[in-house]
Design a protein around this ligand. Structure first.
Ligand SMILES: *[C@@H]1O[C@H](CO)[C@@H](O)[C@H](O)[C@H]1NC(C)=O
Ligand SMILES: *[C@@H]1O[C@H](CO)[C@@H](O)[C@H](O)[C@H]1NC(C)=O
Length: 382
């Protein structure tokens, strides 16, 4: 008969054997078998022991300046926050926090990742001035990542590099007013009259099978920028103050395929919906981008801009990135300001913008008409 002591010893042996078992590669890195225990983290010194456990609880603490909080929980682990994580100030490249792993359930419970952006911001972002750590958070995992606030990122906020991931209930706020500091939309003493926050992308995505939903993004750059990947869904999110929802910019040897932008609200942004591909890029493809039921208003430059001349705007377009099939379905409405163009498409040739370009579900009002060059656009009211 198996006694409790024998059983316990057997289980302990089994778990230590499992922990040492060979690593099997998966989409999000090697398979990692955990122990059934709860690890708690209240400083970086706790991380190594805690990430042996399948339940990890992170209390509030400050990550020392110049260090990355990297968390690699075992497969299937649950991770939760019980307090805010503040990242100490230092002018270095970052990233500030990285989460990896397979089938991880990460719940922020509404707690905050405090980026302390105002200590860095100088209106130049990643283009100059002091070095700013980016991204604030890199999500390189599969599973679900939910319910967290990310405030005042020094530069880019969240980079997504995982596979099979749902991200929801994220509140990115680069306009938080902490004490006497000005928010990212306002100039500060170092920004020469420009908005202090710059290059503060909300979500940068280079990933497969990813859904981002129910999130709010207040920033000073792209709300979403999809740089590469397949099967990417962005739905039910609210963006304001930034540069709108983007595919791109797309550089050489890159594929983005299967994008759904659905049911989002965008207000007070320079652009609405964009696809931007590098003029000099070669061997790349953007295919099957579908916009459905989005509502945008207060757009100051372009309602829709599809441009193969990036980084120029409506410059000399390249032909090395094929954009194949762009669809506006359902009812997308965009209200642009008086100085804005409603819809502009700038393709390098009819062989770099191919497939069906059905814009039937697009209505844009205000501003002036744009120019459609080398693209088989049909339908819509703009
Ligand atoms: C994911 O992890 C959960 C436990 O958190 C487990 O029940 C489930 O089977 C795992 N799914 C896969 C596909 O491994
Ligand atoms: C693009 O991919 C091709 C084929 O894989 C490779 O030979 C080439 O070096 C790549 N170019 C760049 C700039 O990465």
């Amino acid at each position: 008969m198996l006694t409790l002591a024998t059983l316990t010893a057997t289980l302990l042996l089994a778990s230590s054997v499992a922990a040492a078992s060979t690593e099997i590669p998966t989409l999000n890195g090697p398979r990692k078998i955990g122990k059934r225990c709860t690890g708690s983290i209240t400083s970086l010194a706790d991380v190594a022991a805690a990430e042996l456990c399948t339940t990890i609880v992170i209390g509030g603490f400050t990550v020392p300046a110049g260090q990355t909080f990297t968390l690699s929980p075992p497969d299937g682990a649950s991770v939760s926050l019980t307090g805010a994580i503040t990242f100490g100030f230092a002018n270095w490249a970052g990233p500030l926090m990285v989460v990896t792993g397979n089938n991880i359930t990460f719940n922020g419970n509404g707690h905050e990742l405090v980026g302390q952006g105002p200590l860095y911001w100088d209106g130049l972002g990643g283009n100059g001035g002091v070095v700013k750590p980016a991204p604030l958070l890199r999500i390189n995992m599969g599973g679900s990542f939910t319910n967290i606030k990310v405030s005042n990122s020094p530069a880019r906020a969240i980079a997504i590099g995982g596979n099979s991931l749902t991200v929801s209930g994220i509140n990115i706020d680069n306009c938080e007013f902490p004490g006497y500091f000005p928010a990212g939309d306002a100039p500060n003493s170092k920004s020469n009259g420009a908005a202090a926050g710059h290059n503060t992308d909300g979500f940068d995505v280079s990933a497969h099978d990813v859904t981002i939903s129910g999130s709010t993004i207040k920033n000073q750059d792209d709300c979403l920028a999809i740089n590469r990947g397949t099967n990417i869904v962005f739905t039910g999110n609210t963006c304001s103050g930034g540069h709108g929802i983007s595919v791109g910019s797309i550089n050489t040897n890159t594929t983005v395929s299967g994008v759904q932008i659905t049911g989002n609200t965008v207000t007070a942004s320079t652009n609405g919906l964009r696809i931007k591909t590098d003029a000099v890029a070669t061997g790349s493809l953007v295919s099957n981008v579908v916009y459905s039921n989005n509502k945008l208003s207060g757009i100051t430059q372009f309602g829709v801009l599809i441009d193969q001349s990036y980084p120029s705007t409506l410059g000399t377009p390249g032909t090395g990135v094929v954009i194949n099939t762009v669809t506006f379905s359902g009812t997308n409405t965009i209200a642009v300001g008086s100085a804005a163009q409603r819809v502009s498409v700038n393709c390098g040739s009819t062989s770099s913008c191919t497939g069906a370009w059905n814009f039937g579900g697009l209505t844009v009002t205000g501003g002036t008409a744009g120019v459609i060059k080398n693209a088989p656009v049909n339908g819509g009211s703009f």
